[in-house]
Design a protein around this ligand. Structure first.
Ligand code: TRP
Ligand code: SF4
Length: 365
């Protein structure tokens, strides 16, 4: 059995198996119905969904729908978070009502991060999100869990009636009070657009590790039928970028990720040391070609640096055919990444000012 633990660190070996066991459907089935799909959709980085047709239908008919997602403020924002930011901005351009939460209750109770750190990391995330192109307009809600209104918190408690302890254990394994509170808080996050706007389709773009929360929310939503008439939330699932060392990308392992405020020297060092699909010798590389499928440098192009499909394919092919060598390829990657992060950071300070004016900060932190 595939065990998904949103608080664990299990790496996902087989996305196909995961989909079969939990009933996540392949995104490729709906791809041709998406108008101007995000590159992540075309590239199979967004690989699965639940009920995404509902969102497509709302988009097509110009009916209201919401996008809701959240960030865990337990470390520095890095490229793994940037890919979620890119998706959020994509939905805003497609007229979604946006809800973005900073999961500071979860970070404090489960990850045991100090309150003031949760707030500071949260503000960092939000300002990078704004620097990535998010408009802070009337259809956009950004919030810290601990600073959201009483109705939201009341709902997260009322939801406790709709699930048994055994069900929670079956979903999450060993429970702690913090995990229970965080799970029910996340249920309130995911249903918040509907608490505030009435029944509307809602899409939640997440990594596979968050699917337990999606399933719990859908179960609870259906059990509230009489009281709220929720529409079951939809979701999409993206693959995680591999850590630069070839393992898991993790905030607790600086060599595995590139922070959004990484210094240029560090970027250079980390990419030069990154795990690639290159051959042992130059001669072999030219003769046999490289292996972009397992290359973390190729992933950087696919996730962040080359949004043109034709150009990405050429990187892939030239690598496979031995026309591309790792040295120059890494250099190209470094140049592009340095430029991208430089542009992002140029906008970030001003973005921070705007975020601070817009968001309600938790008090006492
Ligand atoms: N649990 C998520 C994480 O670990 C953060 C989160 C909180 C979230 N509320 C959410 C994600 C609602 C999606 C939707 O990253
Ligand atoms: Fe990776 Fe580039 Fe080397 Fe190919 S040439 S294996 S894409 S670093």
């Amino acid at each position: 059995m595939v065990k998904l633990d949103p608080w664990g660190s299990a790496q996902i070996e087989s996305y196909e198996r995961l989909m079969r066991e939990f009933g996540i459907l392949p995104f490729s089935d709906v791809l041709n119905k998406v108008v101007d799909p995000h590159p992540y959709m075309r590239r199979g980085i967004i690989y699965g969904h639940r009920d995404f047709e509902r969102i497509l239908d709302a988009m097509k008919k110009g009916k209201g729908y919401a996008m809701m997602t959240g960030f865990m403020p337990s470390g520095k924002p890095h490229l793994g978070h940037k890919m979620v930011m890119n998706q959020i901005v994509w939905y805003q351009k497609r007229k979604a009502i946006l809800y973005v939460c900073v999961a500071d209750i979860e970070a404090y109770t489960v990850r045991r991060i100090d309150r003031n750190k949760c707030v500071n990391f949260g503000l960092e995330y939000l300002s990078y999100l704004v620097a990535s192109g998010l408009e802070l307009d009337d259809n956009t809600v950004i919030y810290f869990q601990s600073a959201k209104n009483a109705g939201y918190h009341a709902f997260s408690k009322l939801a406790a009636r709709k699930v048994t302890f055994n069900e929670l254990e079956a979903i999450y394994g060993t429970l702690t009070p913090g995990k229970i509170v965080s799970a029910l808080t996340q249920v309130a996050d995911i249903l918040l657009p509907q608490l505030e706007h009435g029944p509307i389709p809602t899409v939640v773009p997440v990594g596979s590790d968050q699917d337990p929360h999606i399933r719990l929310t859908r179960d609870i939503a259906s059990r509230f039928k009489a009281e709220y008439r929720f529409i079951l939330p939809s979701s999409t699932y993206h693959k995680f970028q591999t850590g630069l060392d070839g393992g898991k990308m993790s905030s607790s392992k600086p060599s595995s990720y590139i922070a959004l405020n990484e210094r240029e020297e560090e970027i250079r060092k980390k990419i030069m040391n990154a795990f690639t699909g290159g051959r042992v010798t130059l001669e072999e590389q030219k003769r046999l070609g490289g292996n972009p499928e397992i290359c973390t440098v190729f992933e950087l192009f696919a996730y962040h640096l080359e949004m043109d499909d034709k150009a990405l394919e050429e990187i892939y092919r030239s690598c496979k055919e031995g026309r591309r060598l790792c040295g120059p390829c890494k250099k190209e990657c470094i140049e592009k990444l340095v430029e991208m992060l430089h542009t992002l950071n140029e906008k970030k300070e001003e973005a921070m000012e705007r975020v601070k004016e817009f968001v309600v900060l938790p008090d006492g932190a």
